[in-house]
Design a protein around this ligand. Structure first.
Ligand code: 5GP
Length: 120
């Protein structure tokens, strides 16, 4: 990958329990918690537990069970949060042009209001 995985990134610390989070879901493959600086009424981050920086890194290296588990977890969180009927938005920022700040792969799950524009 462009960047080696940094085990001291903030989400690695959250995964190890060294920094608290407002957890909404956890299983063997994924952890989900509220974003510390929410951009919508519902703003949850869903992470695969493994040490992957990017989508390309994850998709190339992760065992199929981890990929399936992560994708399934995103859907489970959306259902558990009651977002299925009104709908929701998923976003992954990857690398520099993607505006990624935390170098542990994560998906943003936004909900609770209508979204309009695609990107900025
Ligand atoms: P991205 O890497 O996708 O650009 O953004 C990282 C996201 O993580 C931001 O929305 C930011 O608010 C969130 N974030 C950064 N540090 C923490 C933290 O310590 N706890 C939580 N819950 N969210 C964080």
């Amino acid at each position: 990958p462009r960047l080696p995985y940094d085990p001291d990134n903030v989400f690695a610390k959250i995964l190890r329990g060294e920094i608290p989070c407002k957890k909404v879901y956890e299983d063997d493959f994924a952890l989900a918690f509220h974003d510390i600086s929410p951009k919508a009424p519902v703003h949850i981050l869903v992470l695969p537990k493994g040490p992957y920086v990017s989508w390309d890194d994850f998709s190339a290296k992760a065992p199929d069970a981890e990929i399936a588990g992560f994708i399934r977890a995103v859907g489970t969180v959306a259902r558990e949060q009651g977002l299925v009927d009104p709908g929701y938005r998923l976003l992954a920022n990857i690398g520099q042009h993607g505006g990624q700040e935390v170098p542990h792969l994560h998906v943003h799950l936004f909900g609770g209001r209508q979204f309009y524009g695609m990107i900025s």
